[in-house]
Design a protein. Structure first.
Length: 228
């Protein structure tokens, strides 16, 4: 059973999400929060697996709450999906930088919401190739989002040549199966490489690997595969 915490200041939104999620059968809504501070407290108290976090709430907003959760070692297993009514490139970037595992707009189809919770609960990132490309564009064009450079990520030197290849493909938004096909590996070997990379770079999930790959300059904007 996937334990989900809902964080949104609108009771109607929370009620709707609760009905949709609990109808899935393998999801349990364990608590509801009306602001970021309450979300952090409940995440600690209830040991949620996944938090659906509204980006705009009074007081501590969803981004700041996500930052605090991501920085708390006791909450290392908690995954955050950011929710908003605005599909903004800026929000996508800020959400991933804050430590979110994914990003959804509130008018997402019910089956996509449930799928997102399951994907993130498995430790994967909710990043479609199209969202990844938008993130890349933001990094390439935004002054405040300019790549930090390799000096800010010394752990990259610990990666093998193969692991750097795998990381560059993760940064394109490829799944383990797609990476395996590109590099002529088995899916299990691809998954093992990704897991080792996450450990070496101290990344929470694949979403963080995408950010590291571009901010470090390991992958340059425009070098990823073109849209299908």
């Amino acid at each position: 059973m996937i334990r989900v915490l809902l964080a949104d200041d609108q009771a109607l939104i929370r009620a709707g999400f609760r009905v949709l999620l609990e109808a899935a059968g393998d999801v349990q809504v364990i608590a509801e929060a009306v602001n970021g501070d309450q979300a952090i407290d409940l995440a600690r108290a209830e040991r949620a697996d996944v938090i659906l976090m509204d980006i705009r709430m009074p007081g501590t907003d969803g981004l700041e709450a996500t930052r605090r959760i991501a920085a708390d070692e006791d909450l290392a297993g908690v995954k955050v999906i950011i929710l908003t009514t605005f599909e903004s490139d800026e929000y996508v970037y800020q959400a991933l930088r804050a430590g979110a595992s994914g990003f959804l707009v509130k008018d997402t189809e019910p089956e996509d919401l449930i799928r997102a919770v399951r994907v993130v609960a498995r430790g994967e990132a909710l990043l479609s190739p199209s969202v990844t490309r938008r993130l890349i564009t933001s990094l390439a064009t935004g002054g405040a989002r300019r790549a930090a450079g390799p000096d800010q990520f010394p752990a990259l030197s610990r990666l093998t040549v193969r692991e750097r290849e795998v990381l560059s493909l993760v940064a394109e938004g490829l799944s383990n199966e797609e990476i395996a096909g590109r590099l002529y590996l088995s899916p299990l070997t691809s998954k093992t490489h990704v897991s080792r990379i996450m450990t070496k770079l101290d990344a929470r999930d694949r979403a963080q690997l995408v950010v590291i790959a571009y901010e470090s300059g390991l992958v340059l904007p425009g070098s990823a595969a073109s849209p299908a």
